[in-house]
Design a protein around this ligand. Structure first.
Ligand SMILES: [Zn+2]
Length: 296
């Protein structure tokens, strides 16, 4: 992880300062132009790979560590400069190149799983998001993923990243419901794809849920899937609280999901706030269970 690496570098620098006679295999040094790597023979690495604590980094012809790009010899390096190895793309427990969360690849479901419960992503969605974030070169995307990437980039032009979580969650919902309608016909494989939602303008719940998560993640919202075996929707985090939202339903508004209402606790009289779609919750004051008045 980036933080871990920076800490180890800081500790290493401190040790060099305290014990100047110590011999190290090589050292990263930060300057205003970027990270340099001093090898054990005292020379700086240039136009070559180095291995530091088992991790590969590439230093360019000026001796600066490359990051978020493809090296001259054609390899992908992540935001912290480490080589994104094939196994990171194909599976195994690794960190994501763009947000340093650990994840693993589930080959049965063809998706990446982040925290096991709330946050996983289909491989193609994960790759599109990595491309949007400048980690994966766009040239590495499949033709279908590139088309999704192009639509996403259009949506992101001029997007107000400083808006509140609520406004962002609402904008994503409105973008999707403006573009796509639920496919009422017999299920086809394409119904589950983001490509179908954004380009063909139709799909079923899985396609809608994947699209909502992809766009939400792209604008910086935490968002996961919810499912009950027959249907799939999302939980989007607004100011730290997960709000149920379903972009596949017709005739509802973002506020139907993201709005709030007040409820007076029948046990103690305390005023509580409910998310619109929460049926019951414990009182913030006395802990007694209270119903959302909307569902009485
Ligand atoms: Zn109460």
């Amino acid at each position: 992880m980036r933080t871990g690496k920076l800490w180890s570098l800081m500790i290493l620098c401190l040790m060099v300062f305290i014990c100047p006679m110590s011999v190290f295999a090589g050292t990263f040094e930060e300057t205003s132009s970027g990270w340099h790597y001093r090898k054990d023979d005292g020379n700086y690495a240039r136009a070559e790979w180095v291995v530091d604590q088992g991790v590969y980094y590439y230093l360019d012809e000026n001796g600066i560590m490359m990051a978020d790009t493809t090296t001259p010899d054609g390899y992908l390096v992540g935001g912290d400069g480490s080589w994104v190895m094939e196994k990171q793309v194909m599976g195994g427990y690794v960190r994501t190149p763009y947000d340093n969360q650990s994840y693993y690849y589930d080959p049965d479901w063809r998706r990446y799983i982040f925290d096991g419960e709330t946050d996983y992503a289909w491989v193609s969605d994960h790759r599109v998001l990595a491309a949007v974030r400048g980690i994966l070169p766009v040239s590495e995307l499949s033709e279908a993923d590139k088309a999704v990437y192009d639509e996403l980039e259009k949506f992101l032009i001029g997007f107000d990243y400083g808006a509140s979580d609520y406004e962002k969650a609402k904008r994503v919902y409105e973008e999707i419901t403006k573009r796509a309608v639920y496919h009422e016909g017999k299920y086809v494989q394409a119904d589950d794809e983001v490509h179908s939602i954004l380009i063909a303008g139709t799909g079923k719940c899985v396609g809608f849920a994947r699209t909502y998560k992809l766009l939400a993640n792209a604008v910086g919202l935490k968002c996961g899937f919810r499912e009950d075996g027959a249907h799939m929707w999302n939980a989007v985090y607004v100011d730290g609280e997960d709000m149920v939202i379903d972009a596949s339903t017709i005739g509802t508004s973002a506020d139907f999901y993201l709005g709030r209402q007040k409820a007076v606790c029948p046990h103690c009289g305390h005023k509580n706030t409910f998310g619109n779609r929460v049926t019951e919750q414990p009182c913030n004051n006395c802990g007694g269970q209270i119903m959302n008045p909307k569902y009485k």
